[in-house]
Design a protein around this ligand. Structure first.
Ligand code: COA
Ligand code: ZN
Length: 297
């Protein structure tokens, strides 16, 4: 099997994981979660998003969360932003990195950020220039890269073209997202192989949801295609309010366990990670979808 020695894991639980929770999670609990995650060996944490508080009320405390977190020098704190206003708010909170988001599917993008795909991309070009000038790390999330909840299967050539255009803007990282968790390992292998062939110098990250229980299988497929960076969410929490039916991300603890068992380093302490699972368990009304916390020792 063609496997790397080391894989990077980006924890997106505090943002992707929590954004879909119906009940507001107290700000201090979010801060505690981010703090505990920062003690696990994880080096990059998507902490919050600067979006409209009416559209995603769970993220309305983005500023307070970032003010409350005792930042560690060796951790990159990321905030998702949809537009210029989001960037401005993130900048005021002295963010290290922004995750810009554009859907490969136009219908999803309209529902998510109320802009066409073209308008989002054009407007974010200016944000990228500004962020680069200000030393802010830019990750570019291509949402619905495989399937769209409104349009069905997404044409891979659309994603390849987007990767091409985004790479030319010299962003730091491009994230190919299976937003609704509908992709299968063959689709994943095929698309990532093409992306890696086309853009060998780009930093490519994979982002899987586990709606059909295929998130970890898709990780294996992406590893085979040469991907070595993955987003995941503690406990398997998550989902997008604008992608009906989407379940949470693949769980970080299951991913770390699987990689370690396969002899792949992550730099993450699994025991410490399980403390994070225990922290979020009482915060959500939904059962956690990760497997590891259910295993009896
Ligand atoms: N944060 C807070 N407020 C924002 C904002 C942001 N990033 N962007 C715009 N606004 C405010 C504007 O200031 C304006 O306020 P006003 O009415 O007081 O003047 C109002 O929102 C309308 O601005 P507009 O640019 O027309 O935004 P919109 O109504 O078309 O909404 C988004 C666009 C992107 C802000 C909204 O669709 C959104 O927040 N989507 C959330 C996407 C998301 O989080 N998805 C899950 C993760 S992928
Ligand atoms: Zn997601």
């Amino acid at each position: 099997m063609n496997l790397p020695k080391k894989v990077e894991i980006i924890e997106v639980g505090p943002r992707d994981g929590l954004q879909n929770e119906a009940n507001f999670i107290p700000t201090e609990k979010k801060i505690e979660l981010i703090h505990t995650l920062s003690q696990t060996g994880i080096k990059r944490i998507e902490a919050t998003s600067f979006v409209h508080p009416v559209h995603v009320p769970q993220m309305k405390d983005a500023k307070e969360v970032l003010e409350g977190v005792q930042r560690k020098e060796d951790i990159q704190y990321i905030a998702l932003i949809p537009n210029e206003k989001g960037y401005e708010r993130a900048r005021q909170s002295h963010i290290d990195a922004v995750a810009l988001v554009v859907g490969a599917s136009d219908s999803f993008n309209q529902k998510n950020v109320r802009m066409s795909r073209r308008e989002s991309m054009d407007r974010l070009n200016q944000v990228i220039e500004q962020a680069k000038g200000e030393g802010v790390f830019v990750r570019y999330d291509i949402a619905t890269s495989f399937w769209c909840p409104y349009e069905g299967e997404v044409d891979p050539s659309v994603v390849l073209e987007m990767v091409n255009q985004v790479e030319a803007l010299q962003v730091n990282e491009i994230v190919i997202c299976d937003t609704i968790g509908r992709a299968n390992p063959k689709q994943v292998y095929d698309l990532f192989s093409k992306v890696m062939d086309q853009s060998p110098r780009a930093q490519i990250t994979a982002h899987f949801h586990d709606t059909y229980g295929l998130a970890q299988a898709n990780v294996i497929a992406a590893l085979q295609a040469g991907v070595t960076a993955f987003d995941s969410s503690i406990g398997g929490l998550g989902g997008c309010p604008f992608a009906p039916g989407a379940a949470g991300n693949g769980s970080t603890e299951d991913l770390v366990m699987m990689l370690h068992e396969m002899g792949i380093e992550t730099g993450i302490n699994l025991e410490k990670l399980m403390e994070c699972v225990e922290l979020i368990r009482p915060l959500t009304e939904r059962p956690l979808t990760g497997h590891l916390h259910k295993v009896k020792k």
